[in-house]
Design a binder for this molecule. Structure first.
Ligand code: ADP
Length: 388
């Protein structure tokens, strides 16, 4: 019997942790580079090193003997990825693809050249540039932003004061700032595809996501009442980007659906994504399994939905004066809804921190929404503490 290839995973967050589940089922060994002992993925992947993803020696140590290296996040420096590729490691996704998920300026330039619909945008360096671009607009740091951090809304001239600091930081650090038109969107959609090095690709149903303060709160699969032509267009845009950028593994394309029935690309993620967590319980093959299959260039599994509706709601830590529950929430959550699927990340509750999610699936959307929202609110501590 030949042995299964070793997959190195950089980053010990919940995405790496959730890769471990299909890896175990498929008998694929993972080796983790964790940022600290005991982090989310380090609790479940036994073969692990603690180290720094910006340190080439640590990256070489975790990839020694590995067939491929893949990622829990997009923060490994491009030069290090090139060095690993030169060492003969299969880096998936590769550095030339990944830079489009690392740098929003590079992403906008490339998508513009490909003719992919995006909000109007320009690189800005001064307050005068922002004014010339036109208000209202959104300013974004091209690198290092996440979960709404590094995004500033400039709705009127008064708000220009609030961007003085990011403009100063940009000038000092050389990290460029991007201005985008403020899109008046109906809702946010996500088109998630997976692509293998030999070019096989699969597209998941397009989903609707709800963001609160820049953080994903809820996902409905498929996006309710989405025009089928627009859904196809969104999938095609994602497949085009994956092909043109030579992405391997999961590509999530976050989109705005405008009031006048268009889609515009907001941003790209080249790893399993929060808007794909519903696939763990709602699709034939989860995004985590397909990510592993793709980076190993194995045939992909079906991305089809198993049920008419799946709703994913994130479990976030509540305010510091509110009692949240994790494991202690199980008796109620499980007794109330035997069909509910709970995924916790092994993280301590902290205000606003993503510590898990729930998936509820079925043939009635309102019922799925109620069940998933109730459970997430229960874990967060919004419910049931009245008499405590
Ligand atoms: P992050 O990298 O932090 O996820 P995003 O670029 O996704 O940043 O922006 C965070 C949120 O800000 C988006 O989910 C969306 O709600 C809002 N946003 C971003 N860009 C625009 C835009 N051009 N117009 C309107 N809203 C925007």
């Amino acid at each position: 019997m030949s042995s299964a290839p070793l997959v190195a995973v950089v980053g010990g967050g919940q995405l790496a942790r959730m890769m471990a589940e299909p890896a175990a089922a498929l008998g694929i060994p993972l080796r983790l580079l964790a940022e600290a002992e005991g982090v989310s993925a380090a609790q479940v992947i036994v073969d692990q090193l603690v180290g720094d993803h910006t340190d080439l020696a640590d990256l070489r140590a975790v990839t020694a003997g590995a067939a491929v290296v893949t990622f829990d996040h997009e923060h490994v420096p491009t030069d290090h990825l090139r060095a690993l590729a030169a060492d003969g490691v299969a880096v998936r996704p590769g550095p030339d693809a990944l830079v489009h998920a690392q740098d929003k300026g590079v992403m906008r330039e490339r998508l513009g050249a490909l003719g992919v619909p995006c909000p109007r945008n320009a690189i800005v360096a001064t307050r005068a540039d922002v004014e010339a671009f036109g208000l209202p607009c959104v300013l974004k740091t091209t690198r290092g932003g996440y979960d709404g951090k590094g995004v500033w809304f400039v709705r009127s001239a008064d708000d220009l004061e609030t961007v003085a600091e990011p403009l100063r930081v940009a000038a000092e650090t050389g990290v460029r700032l991007l201005a985008e038109e403020l899109v008046d969107f109906r809702r946010e959609l996500s088109a998630l595809v997976v692509r293998s090095p030999s070019g096989q690709a699969a597209a998941y149903p397009v989903v609707a996501s709800t963001q609160v303060d820049g953080v994903c709160r809820e996902v409905v699969a498929p996006a309710p009442d989405l025009d089928p032509d627009l859904a196809t267009q969104a999938q095609q845009v994602a497949l085009t980007i994956a092909g043109e950028l030579d992405v391997t593994g999961v590509l999530a394309v976050e989109l705005f659906e405008t009031d006048d029935g268009r889609i515009l690309v907001n941003e790209l993620a080249m790893r399993p994504h929060n808007t794909g967590h519903w696939t763990q319980d709602g699709a034939v093959t989860s995004q985590f399994e397909n990510h592993l299959r793709a980076v190993l260039d194995l045939p992909l599994g079906s991305p089809a939905a198993r049920e008419p509706w799946t709703v994913m709601v994130n479990i976030l830590g509540g305010p510091s004066d509110q009692v949240g529950r994790l494991y202690d929430g199980y008796p109620h959550a499980m007794a109330r809804d035997p069909h509910l699927r709970v995924h916790l990340y092994g993280k301590d509750l902290r205000p606003g921190r993503k510590v898990g999610h729930v998936n509820a699936y079925g043939d009635d959307l309102d019922d799925c929404l109620e069940r998933a929202r109730h459970a997430a609110a229960w874990f967060r501590g919004d419910l049931g503490n009245e008499s405590e």
